[in-house]
Design a binder for this molecule. Structure first.
Ligand code: ATP
Length: 217
């Protein structure tokens, strides 16, 4: 189905399963790589191979977003990339704040600023006077006390927490007060859910210990 025939309802779909959204992000990156290589169409089994998942899974996800390819040529890669963009991005992009400019926060800013995407880190926050008013990969670091003011004035919708775990709950409360819509918690301490905020947690230490457990002799 051509992209312009997809209804607005589908494009603003909010209720896709978490895992589908994760895979859409992965599909888009793989498809973009294919476009760069000059490929224009792709079959579900080829996408599945690239991501090491099953073709059934790929077809199910693509059906969920209301797209279909042709039997002969497969999916039009450019159309699919555009459609996924319409589903997971916003037109004007989304603004992000990073709280905690230690090693992890700095690495995150440097990494994300290099990827051209609709996700822009526009402010960093810390309490260490040596870091305040410094600029990291083009992003200014403010004092944490200015968080509510800046999140509101800049219309920041996502907060990434890279502070020590002891303060994570306090940070999330402030982000909540500021009206943030999504939090990515990079500390090893889980946060409780806050109404109206989408919470994603990634604990590197748990992931690493899991790998270590399975490889220990
Ligand atoms: P560094 O040694 O440069 O501080 P680090 O990676 O060892 O780096 P951590 O102790 O993990 O630092 O802390 C991460 C960052 O979080 C630090 O820059 C610290 O100043 C900051 N931080 C700590 N508490 C808060 C807080 N309440 N609000 C905002 N930032 C905080």
């Amino acid at each position: 189905m051509p992209v312009n025939k997809i209804t607005n309802d589908l494009l603003t779909m909010k209720n896709l399963p978490d895992k589908t959204v994760e895979r859409l992000s992965q599909y888009r990156r793989s498809l973009n790589n294919q476009l760069v290589k000059g490929k224009t169409h792709i079959f579900s089994h080829e996408i599945a191979n690239l991501l090491h998942i099953t073709p059934v899974q790929v077809r199910r996800d693509i059906m969920l977003i209301g797209y279909s390819g042709t039997l002969r040529k497969g999916y039009d890669i450019k159309e699919m990339v555009d459609l996924i963009g319409k589903i997971i991005d916003t037109e004007e992009g989304q603004k992000i704040a990073v709280i905690g400019m230690g090693n992890l926060g700095k690495a995150f800013i440097h990494y994300l600023q290099e990827k051209r995407s609709k996700l822009n880190i526009v402010a960093a926050f810390d309490i260490n006077p040596e870091k305040i008013n410094k600029t990291y990969a083009g992003v200014k670091c403010y004092h944490f006390d200015q968080l509510v003011e800046i999140v509101r004035s800049e219309n920041i919708s996502i907060g990434i927490i890279t502070t020590p775990p002891e303060v994570v709950s306090q940070i999330a409360d402030k982000l909540n007060e500021a009206g943030i819509k999504g939090i990515l918690n990079f500390t090893p301490k889980p946060l409780s859910a806050r109404e109206g905020i989408y919470l994603e947690e990634y604990d590197m230490i748990t992931s690493l210990e899991k790998v270590a457990y399975f490889v220990k002799s």
